[in-house]
Design a protein around this ligand. Structure first.
Ligand SMILES: [Zn+2]
Length: 292
């Protein structure tokens, strides 16, 4: 577990290193390498198409799936029907199809982690973060994107994918998000509310990643998500409807903020609660509906 965390950090660090050698997009377009100009110039259109594709993505074809792990086989055969069981037993999910099967109502979204460059229209939010590495053969662009998957009912996962091209970056990110899916706790943790629905976080919870720390705070019903815009999407797909938040550190490093937000959601499961507390806070773990 601890090891995994380090790996993730290393990846983000790597990303940051790349950012430092970021170059002006214009410089690249002026003296294009063959094949490269097309890639960069059409990124915007491509991006829209890619985002559309994510939304439209059809039902997962369970029949065509050939599981490679024993968990996968058990899931496909219907021996294991509940994601909650898999996560409670801490069985590592190594095939994204497992998550597709156990959480059929999964929604996928790409978050805005990038920015367009150049004099005009610069600074617009994009789902692809473009980085370049300077090498002897010239500038090599890379695309990174951050995916979140969730059933809007207690289960959520995030992932980052990086590749020389946009589509594989997206596929990597979505795959990673599915492998990273977690179960969260929700409740009614605001003393002024007491509605008894599980609409917010049941208690204050913190998440830290790099220099960024975020605190999610229970809010009364109808508050909405008073959280940074991209974090909102993570909370929404997790099934949290109301929350306040407080952030510290370099929140402009978007990836760290998103990871911190996910860490906070993970930490919702860390506290031992008495039966009485659970009832008082209307806590539910995972899905509100009994699954299969
Ligand atoms: Zn409430």
């Amino acid at each position: 577990m601890a090891k995994k965390k380090t790996e993730e950090k290393v990846e983000v660090k790597e990303e940051m290193d790349n950012v430092e050698v970021l170059q002006d997009e214009e410089a690249l377009i002026e003296k294009p390498k063959e094949g490269l100009a097309v890639e960069l110039g059409e990124v915007k259109e491509l991006e829209e198409q890619i985002v559309e594709e994510v939304k439209k993505k059809g039902a997962f074809e369970k029949e065509a799936w050939k599981p490679k792990t024993s968990l996968g086989i058990n899931v496909k055969n219907g021996v294991i029907k509940n994601i909650s069981y898999v996560l409670d037993q801490r069985i590592k999910i190594l095939e994204p199809e497992i998550t597709d099967t156990l959480l059929p109502n999964l929604t996928t979204e790409l978050l805005m982690v990038g920015q367009s460059k150049g004099k005009f229209g610069g600074g617009q939010k994009r789902v692809f973060k473009q980085t370049q590495k300077k090498t002897q053969e010239g500038n090599k662009p890379k695309f990174g994107t951050f995916a979140v998957v969730g059933n809007e009912d207690g289960y959520v996962g995030v992932g980052y994918g990086k590749s020389k091209e946009t589509v594989p970056a997206r596929e990597k990110a979505i795959r990673q998000a599915k492998l990273n899916v977690i179960k969260i706790r929700r409740g009614c943790g605001n003393w002024r509310c007491g509605c008894g629905d599980s609409h917010t976080v049941p208690f204050k919870v913190r998440g830290k990643y790099g220099s960024v720390e975020i605190m999610l705070i229970p809010a009364p019903k109808g508050t909405g998500l008073k959280v940074e815009k991209e974090c909102q999407k993570i909370l929404k797909l997790a099934g949290i409807k109301d929350a306040w938040s407080r952030t510290e550190g370099q929140t402009r490093s978007k990836l760290n903020l998103l990871y911190a937000c996910f860490e906070a959601l993970k930490n919702l499961m860390q506290f031992k609660l008495s039966q009485k507390n659970e009832e008082n806070l209307s806590i539910i773990e995972g899905s509100s509906k009994a699954m299969m």
